[in-house]
Design a protein around this ligand. Structure first.
Ligand code: ADP
Ligand code: ASP
Ligand code: MG
Length: 411
């Protein structure tokens, strides 16, 4: 008998019919003799609707109330799934974040899980009850409802698997696993059978939204093997696991894109020590992460300072940046939300130069202009005009021969 955690994403619980299918799958796992903890997202589209409502009410929704609102989508699905299982004759019980409890810090809308109290869950499991836990949410030390950031149910699933030392952690979604790029925009995308935590971390942080980045961090930290698979069939999916020798021989494992960032450019700032800190410190004080950063070559003692933030943080970031810009007597603050970040990711890049050059040449051949560049040991990212996103992804996928056999590195 094993303890199995199964997380189902929004599309998988997108209708009553689909919730019934999820119930059948859960029942099958349970009937095989396993203990089962199910984590569910809100029905697809519901969280977006709630976010839109908040933005309709006010330009800067209070973050505490925002979390009370957006966490409600998951309350609906846990109840529906539990009802469904009960009507099928199973012992099942729904729980929302604070009832379990999933303790987080107080960073509303991007809270981090600190501790999971497994007492109630253990009691129920001992009684052979199926646990249905709401994803995406927790409770802070003062009893406030918190949420874990968009896509956060993946993190709830992996965190519960880690806390309860589950034998199996399955993330069910609407594609067959983790692919070499988003299968919904590139027909030749290939499913990856096994991928290391580090590579998955890069893919996730660069836009492959199939797993939320925090879920992969949890998996790595607590050594949870995560099986990403489809809720619509029984095909084997992708195992996210510890790195092994074979994985390292792959030069490039995936191409990602992210359209959720906006560029902010502070024009004509004095090029002297401390300017970058003056612009960026108030942003980090407001818990806003800056992603790409570009500082131009100085001309007559002045330069332009450009960076990107997520669209979710944009309005607040712009307000803060304008204040900082006025203080340092910058000429202007310009913004562009028509951008996208395209990245090439692979462990093999550690030991092999030339990936960046091949990437830039491939984009140049298509006449795609590169606006910003950033690199790490195992990725190269560029910011381009959003209208070229799909094209860039496809030509890079071809260039690195991802649809066929993996490009391996000679050793
Ligand atoms: P869920 O609602 O199940 O959490 P998400 O929409 O969050 O599902 O994530 C699944 C989606 O991630 C897929 O439908 C796909 O469009 C997208 N995606 C982006 N990059 C990748 C990738 N490399 N592999 C698989 N899916 C990807
Ligand atoms: N419902 C939340 C979202 O749409 C959490 C999740 O689906 O993982 O972001
Ligand atoms: Mg998701």
């Amino acid at each position: 008998m094993a303890l199995v955690v199964q997380k189902f994403g929004g599309t998988s619980v997108g209708s009553v019919e689909r919730i019934r299918n999820v119930a059948k799958r859960v029942a099958k796992t349970y009937d095989a003799g396993n203990d089962v903890i199910v984590v569910v997202s809100a029905m697809s589209g519901e969280t977006n609707k709630l976010v839109a409502l908040a933005n309709e009410v006010t330009e800067f929704p209070d973050t505490r109330e925002y979390d009370v609102l957006v966490s409600s989508g998951e309350q609906v699905t846990v109840a529906l799934l539990a009802m469904c299982l009960k009507s099928m004759g199973y012992k099942a019980k729904s729980y929302i974040g604070h009832q379990i409890s999933i303790l987080t810090d107080s960073s509303f809308s991007k809270a981090r899980i600190k501790k999971i109290n497994d007492k109630k869950i253990r009691q129920d499991l001992n009684d052979r009850t199926i646990i249905i836990a709401a994803g995406f949410q927790g409770v802070d030390g003062d009893g406030n409802i918190t949420t874990l950031g968009r896509g956060g149910s993946d993190t709830s699933g992996v965190a519960l698997a880690a806390a309860l030392k589950a034998d199996v952690c399955e993330i069910f979604t609407d594609v067959d696993g983790v692919y070499t790029t988003d299968p919904n925009i590139c027909e030749t995308a290939r499913k990856i059978d096994r991928i290391s935590y580090d590579e998955m971390l890069e893919l996730a942080s660069l836009g492959a939204k199939v797993l939320q980045i925090r879920s992969v961090q949890f998996a790595k930290k607590f050594n949870v093997d995560v099986h990403v698979r489809s809720s619509f069939n029984d095909n084997p999916g992708t195992l996210v696991t510890k790195e092994d020798k074979e994985m390292e021989s792959i030069l490039v494992s995936g191409i990602t894109y992210a359209k959720d960032e906006t560029k902010i450019a502070v024009m004509r700032v004095p090029d002297k020590p401390g300017i970058a800190a003056k612009i960026l410190s108030p942003l980090s004080a407001a818990n806003i992460s800056v992603d790409m950063i570009l500082q131009n070559v100085s001309e007559d003692g002045f330069t332009d300072f450009t960076f990107t933030v997520t669209k979710a943080d944009f309005k607040k970031a712009l307000m803060i940046t304008k204040e900082a810009a006025a203080e340092i007597h910058a000429r202007d603050v310009l913004t562009d939300d028509n951008i996208s970040k395209v990245s090439v990711v692979g462990l093999g890049m550690r030991s092999h130069a030339g990936v960046a050059t091949r990437m830039f040449e491939t984009l140049a051949k298509e006449g795609i202009n590169i606006q910003m560049i950033s690199t790490s040991e195992i990725k190269v990212s560029v910011v381009i005009d959003a209208k070229y996103t799909e094209l860039a992804v496809r030509v890079l996928h071809d260039e690195f021969e991802l649809s066929g056999k993996e490009v391996t590195v000679e050793r």
